[in-house]
Design a protein around this ligand. Structure first.
Ligand code: GLC
Length: 739
């Protein structure tokens, strides 16, 4: 039974026997330990430090010596250590040398793989394959655990509709429903059914909350939105991960409704704990406690520590404010020691739940590291990389490549291991990565594949274009790797322009002028502006940063051994001027109902269409799918009743392929303005050529809920429209109503 399940059962039993609060075995053990701890040792558990030998993922001021902090019991957790031997050494120091021997909780950002690297998360989300997502997280957890890491700072649950924000690479796109399903799958994969199992690890819901909505798409910038927008669009993703049993939450850098989240008790206590029932612990993001000073709400570190403490932050990531200030705050009577106990207890309970007190060395161990790169792990990475790739265009069926075609593989990412790994790369060893060139040579034979770099990611290469053009002239088809380097995705990588670098545009134009068909392989951690590129290329395949098995996965797709099945989890804009760009936008009082309309007084741009270049849910395969006959079994819903739908899907092409059937809902008339449509269910089906199936799907009543004008979370009686199809522009519809 999952951690959350145990706590819920305890709550039920406690309620039945009239206990004041649910007492689990871990509660009892934590309370017994708290009674032995000094105030200094309790505060030490609330302090997380970064090792000088580990990954530094934020601004760093003075550095606490790990050894001293561990021996004195001044740190409950250490993040970012990649060396298993160092983890083991420090754990021995904690267990053998500190007064009470409380084990350290080692954390790391294992967000798209540990040693075996899967596609960057935005790519994972384009697979829409929840089983594959859970399997990825299981593998990442098992590999991380083998290193001694018992806590990952994942899943990232921040939806975002603005690719100027570089951290879209770490999330699951723009949509609430898809992101929520992926987040809960990842929590299940990381934590499994038993946290004390030595191959499962603690997960962390981040970045709570609404960090993906910074003004102007600029990282760390202000987030200002209505509470109803937050509750309807952003909160459900965090809730899904918490309901799946996530053991920790990370407070985000941003302010929300003018209060920095790390000092925001409405979010961290009222919403997170009272409304969502979260029972684990909250860790601040890197330095976010001290950053309350820069936000202008704390006068100094002591003030910052008090604000974060009052808001309910259990653990201070690397700022040191808790360690420096909490003891004096207790001694001066500002904070009671019982309040400290209440914030330390969940940290100790997590360590008990992980089994760290029973065996501090259950994670790690030389013997475990044989698991790295196991055949199964690499195959899983290959399959998910393949499923993450999205075929945006394929003019004249230029893909799959015909057998025997002379292939020119060109561009700065053609044969680059490091660029395939993406940002937040866990314990990756780039040398283990299979490049595009290697994958294509393995599949087609070296004699069929020639390579030229053409340009560097952001700079011309002397003679590069000429060499590439000459190669193209000697070939039948060009596979051109364009995009952004992985250093330009992830944290602190905001861009005001989504255009490809001029050197890459120049290379594309020159290759287009050869008259040879060009297929763009887009290596990126975010949607880009591809208006010119999609016009010049015969096909565009988004590979994202595909991970360790980049080459074999690409070869599987371009060879036709597998049909592409990826679907965009985030739309590609025509222009940055459209951002933020949401498919599930509101109607407005002057909607542009027909993109072809020339009407003036409607909500539109004068210089660009309202529509994305490629919309949410879009993705081609090597066949055609036709939808018809949508049937709603229960078209008049009683309150609480799920909607049961079937739709016939036919593969009218000549080869087997996988389709992601998508169901969208419009709430036609409501007490508040509602999106023109929202994804409410999806299902992946694999069909042979000429096969038709009635795909049966269910839309949960709870997923129709929203914040009504009264503030109630519910479903209002009235009419709805269901849309079924291939992407968010689906037109096949059927009406239903709610009583
Ligand atoms: C970073 C990131 C967060 C990460 C943490 C630890 O600043 O915001 O996502 O988990 O620090 O590396």
């Amino acid at each position: 039974m999952r951690l959350r399940g145990k706590i819920c059962l305890a709550a039920l039993l406690a309620g039945l026997c009239g206990c004041a609060s649910p007492m689990t075995e871990n509660d009892r053990r934590a309370n017994a330990l708290l009674r032995q701890m000094t105030l200094s040792e309790k505060i030490g558990q609330m302090n997380q430090i970064a090792s000088s030998t580990g990954a530094i993922t934020g601004p760093m001021s003075e550095r606490l010596s790990c050894d001293e902090a561990v021996k004195k019991g001044w740190c409950g957790s250490i993040l970012g250590i990649k060396d298993p031997a160092e983890i083991e050494r420090l754990q021995h120091l904690a267990v053998d040398s500190s007064r009470l021997g409380i084990p350290i909780l080692f954390g790391h950002d294992i967000i798209h793989g540990c040693r075996t690297i899967f596609p960057e998360n935005i790519g994972i989300s384009c697979s829409w394959d929840l089983d594959a997502v859970e399997r990825f997280a299981r593998i990442a957890a098992s590999e991380a655990a083998a290193f001694g890491v018992a806590w990952t700072f994942s899943p990232m649950c921040d939806i975002c509709a603005d690719p100027r924000w570089g951290r879209v690479s770490e999330g699951s796109g723009e949509d609430t429903f898809l992101s929520a399903r992926i987040a809960e799958s990842m929590v299940r994969g990381y934590q499994g059914d038993e946290l004390a199992d030595s191959s499962t690890i603690l997960s962390c819901v981040k970045h709570f909350a609404a960090y993906g909505a910074p003004e102007a798409g600029r990282d760390y910038n202000t987030v200002d939105m209505s509470w109803s927008m937050f509750k309807d669009k952003y909160l459900p993703v965090y809730k899904a991960a918490i309901d799946a049993g996530a053991g920790t939450v990370m407070s985000s850098f941003n302010d929300f409704d003018a209060v920095p989240v790390t000092a925001n008790s409405r979010l961290l206590r009222s919403v997170l704990r009272d409304t969502l029932g979260f029972g684990g612990f909250v860790v601040s993001d890197w330095g976010a406690v001290r950053e309350l000073i820069a936000h202008g709400v704390a006068a100094d570190e002591r003030d910052a520590a008090l604000l974060a403490f009052r808001a309910g932050v259990n653990m201070d990531m690397v700022s040191g404010c808790y360690l420096k200030s909490l003891e004096s705050l207790v001694e001066s009577g500002v904070i009671r020691e019982k309040e400290i106990d209440d914030l330390v207890r969940p940290i100790l309970k997590a360590k008990f739940a992980l089994g760290l007190f029973d065996n501090p060395f259950r994670y790690g161990g030389e013997a475990r590291r044989h698991e790295m790169y196991s055949g199964d792990n690499m195959q899983a990475a290959r399959e998910l990389a393949r499923e993450s790739m999205v075929l945006l265009t394929n003019n004249n069926g230029v893909l799959p490549l015909r057998e025997g075609a002379r292939i020119a593989l060109i561009g700065p990412y053609a044969d680059d291991r490091n660029e395939m790994i993406g940002a937040w790369r866990g314990m990756a060893e780039p040398d283990s990565c299979r490049t595009f060139l290697e994958g294509l040579c393995d599949r087609f034979g070296q004699s069929q594949v020639s390579v030229a770099r053409g340009c560097d990611p952001r700079t011309d290469l002397p003679g590069g274009v000429a060499e590439a053009v000459a190669l193209a002239r000697r070939s039948d088809i060009v596979l051109l790797t364009l995009g952004l380097p992985n250093a330009e995705s992830g944290e602190a990588s905001s861009l005001s322009s989504l255009a490809l670098p001029p050197c890459q545009k120049k290379l594309l134009r020159a290759l287009h002028d050869t008259g040879k068909p060009v297929v763009i392989l887009l290596v990126t951690g975010r949607p880009l502006e591809l208006v010119e590129e999609s016009a010049l290329a015969q096909a565009v395949l988004v590979t994202w940063h595909p991970g360790t098995m980049a080459g074999p996965a690409l070869a599987d797709i371009v060879s036709g051994d597998c049909s592409p099945s990826g679907r965009l989890s985030m739309g590609f804009p025509r222009s940055e001027g459209q951002l933020p760009l949401r498919y599930n936008h509101k109607s407005t009082g002057r909607p542009l109902r027909d993109p072809a309309s020339t009407a003036k007084y409607v909500s539109r741009y004068m210089d660009v269409s309202n529509e994305p270049l490629f919309c949410f849910g879009h993705g081609l395969s090597y066949t055609e799918f036709v939808y018809d006959n949508p049937v709603i079994e229960n078209p008049v819903l009683s309150p609480g009743e799920d909607l049961r739908v079937s739709v016939r899907v036919s593969n009218t092409g000549t080869r087997e392929a996988t389709e992601t059937v998508q169901l969208y809902v419009r709430d036609v008339l409501s007490s508040v303005t509602r999106p023109v449509r929202e994804l409410k269910a999806f299902s992946r089906v694999t069909l042979r050529a000429d096969q038709s199936v009635e795909v049966k799907m269910t839309i949960r009543y709870e997923d129709l809920c929203f914040t009504e004008a009264s503030g109630r979370w519910g479903v209002e009686a009235g009419d709805f429209i269901l849309y079924a199809g291939h992407d968010c522009s689906a037109t096949l519809s059927a009406p239903f109503s709610v009583r």
